[in-house]
Design a binder for this molecule. Structure first.
Ligand code: URA
Length: 229
């Protein structure tokens, strides 16, 4: 790719500013300084060094994050802090999309990725990627088969559809529910349909990717295969 595209993609400067940037900063690849914005580079093979520092680069980056309660599954918002605001250097240089949102009052596993394909793989109901949620309810849960058979709830457009849990289990005060879609407030609405209010909601896994030891606000880089391995 051209160096001006690389610099703008990683937010060092706009493509128009690249000429000036290359004059005022020492940008080098393979020990050769680059001065021409049109020069082609291959950052996957040869490190780009700006003012003596190697620039962290990958064509695609995927992160798993423990979204804390009170954070929006978004990039920018005027009212609330956003999951993307938790990212630090070098990840602030990349444009992440969120693959499967969590409500503001929900917490747990969130995947952030620069790959549109991965967003689709995680969120498309056709891909059947199971998501497991740990749930606390307003009163003790009595196992209800209806959640497995399918309950009729509304989606974000107020259209009715049948939502089915793939799995349902109880462990002490916690209920674990597995679904392979991600409709608006789906888990909350499924429990409401059988007479319970969700008071706590945490996503603990997506496919084979598990929240594990991650603490609220922490994130780590992952590779796509971890979702399916
Ligand atoms: N279901 C919900 O109701 N909320 C979430 O955040 C995720 C699934």
């Amino acid at each position: 790719m051209r160096i001006d595209k690389f610099l703008s993609q990683l937010k060092f400067c706009s493509r128009n500013e690249a000429k000036d940037f290359l004059k005022s900063h020492v940008v080098a690849v393979s020990n050769k300084r680059i001065m021409n914005p049109k020069d082609e580079i291959n950052p996957e093979i040869f490190d780009v060094i700006i003012d003596g520092k190697i620039v962290y680069y990958k064509p695609e980056i995927h992160l798993m994050m423990y979204k804390p309660k009170g954070y929006l599954s978004a990039n920018k918002d005027r009212l609330h802090p956003c999951a993307v605001n938790l990212l630090k250097d070098p990840y602030t240089r990349f444009d992440f999309s969120i693959a499967g949102r969590l409500d503001l009052d929900a917490e747990g596993l969130l995947v952030l990725t620069t790959s549109g394909t991965l967003v689709h793989e995680i969120t498309s109901p056709k891909k059947h990627l199971p998501k497991v949620y740990e749930v606390k309810l307003d009163r003790p849960f009595i196992f209800d088969e209806k959640l497995l058979d399918g309950v009729i709830i509304k989606d974000a457009k107020d259209e009715l559809y049948t939502a089915k849990a793939l799995d349902l289990s109880i462990s002490g005060d916690d209920v674990y529910i597995t679904i392979d879609e991600g409709k608006f407030h789906q888990v909350k609405r499924m429990f409401l349909a059988v007479g319970y209010e969700v008071t706590y909601l945490k996503r603990v896994s997506i496919g084979n990717l598990k929240l594990g030891e991650l603490k609220p606000g922490e994130y780590i880089e992952i590779n796509k295969e971890q979702l399916y391995d």
